[in-house]
Design a protein around this ligand. Structure first.
Ligand code: ADP
Ligand code: MG
Length: 354
């Protein structure tokens, strides 16, 4: 049997002429989990996935699957399968035939083909849909057929490039939960490329955040969200308030670079008393965005920065929230929720810097 690490990239660089798509990536992905490669468009996610699949060879560095250097092996010689965003199914074939297709090419006997296709369709919760044509299915169901078509080969690793990109938001959110459940059931290593931070946070056990051909941070969703390692990660994953230089000096007594999430800020009422360890800042509400379940306030603080505050609309109506524009406000947040991205000394935060 093989070890724990399914995929390892060592110093991988991929250049296309003058363009460096992947700029020195080191990465280890364990067996059995759901791994997301998250980053903005053009950050090198797809190229990294194609390097793992074998559709591209690295300019330098190596790709290992189960500890074996596969850098120069063709895709079919690697124990991985890829599901692309435009999961083109054969429209004239039944769902069953679409799923069986890969096995047919490999000359797997008919009875076994049928059995494995049934199994694959069941694992994506489409048992009984075998006789349908792709155009008789919803977008989400077609997506799952594409998944079944890859699962039927029983790869140890499944690579998915923006698998939910073609679906509308509501369906995409349903499929995020579904995809995660399917991965848990089949136990195969899933590596999913996405530019959508919510999608990565929802589905993944671990996330690598890509920026400009490099990985900025690898961690669990909670680590990435609560302990972003860089300014880029703090800004890309969720909304982040930055306190920098002179502003940080005034507010926190340290001229470094700090971040605090909008949901950690409280708008104090006149009779509220700050708790021990609270940082209090005064400012003016410059805009109010009513979002249904939440309201987002933009506050210009007197120290000279703009902070975003989100509040759940527990007892407030939209009118009450919107009327606060232009008003003075006092904000409070606990020091433990302040994260140091760069501190000038160690005393600045109450534990948020590790
Ligand atoms: P992502 O999937 O994160 O959007 P890609 O890996 O597709 O990013 O692309 C990373 C960079 O490499 C982009 O600047 C892109 O234009 C470039 N690139 C990708 N593939 C090629 C190619 N075949 N030829 C030239 N440039 C490419
Ligand atoms: Mg891409």
């Amino acid at each position: 049997m093989s070890g724990r690490v399914a995929i390892e990239l060592v110093g991988v660089v991929k250049r296309y002429g003058a363009v460096t798509a992947v700029d020195g990536v080191d990465l280890a992905i364990d067996h059995g989990g759901f791994f997301a490669m998250l980053g903005p468009s053009g950050s090198g996610k797809t190229t990294t996935l194609r390097l793992i699949a074998g559709f591209e060879a690295p300019t330098s560095g190596t790709v290992h699957l189960d500890g074996v250097d596969v850098s120069r092996l063709a895709p079919h010689a690697r124990d991985v399968n890829t599901v692309f965003q435009d999961y083109a199914l054969f429209p004239h074939m039944s769902v069953q035939r679409n799923v069986e297709y890969g096995l047919m090419v490999k000359r797997v006997p008919r009875a076994e083909r049928a059995r494995r296709a049934d199994e694959a369709l069941e694992s994506v919760r489409l048992a009984g849909y075998g006789a349908r044509r792709p155009n008789e299915l919803s977008g989400g169901q077609r997506q799952r057929v594409a998944l079944a078509r890859a699962l039927v080969n029983r790869p140890r690793v499944l690579l998915l490039d923006e698998p939910l990109g073609a679906l509308d938001l509501k369906l995409r959110e349903e499929m995020q939960v579904e995809l995660k459940a399917i991965q848990r059931d089949v136990g195969i290593t899933f590596v999913v490329v996405t530019h959508d931070q919510d999608e990565a946070l929802t589905m993944a056990d671990r996330i690598a955040v890509f920026n400009d051909g490099r990985i900025e941070q690898v961690g669990t969703p909670a680590e990435i969200y609560e302990r972003p390692a860089t300014v880029f990660v703090a800004g890309f994953v969720g909304t982040s308030n930055l306190l920098d230089g002179a502003v940080a000096e005034t507010v926190l007594g340290n001229g470094g670079l700090f971040t605090v999430r909008p949901e950690k800020l409280r708008m104090m009422r006149d009779d509220d008393v700050p708790a021990p360890g609270d940082v209090v800042v005064d400012g003016t509400i410059v805009s109010v965005v009513y979002l249904g379940s939440d309201t987002r306030f933009h506050v210009d603080i007197d120290a000279g920065a703009q902070l975003v505050v989100t509040q759940q609309n527990v007892a407030t109506s939209s009118m009450e929230a919107l009327e606060r524009r232009g008003q003075r406000v006092r904000l409070a947040f606990h020091r433990s929720h302040v994260l140091a991205l760069r501190a000038n000394n160690e005393q600045a935060t109450g534990g948020g810097s590790r």
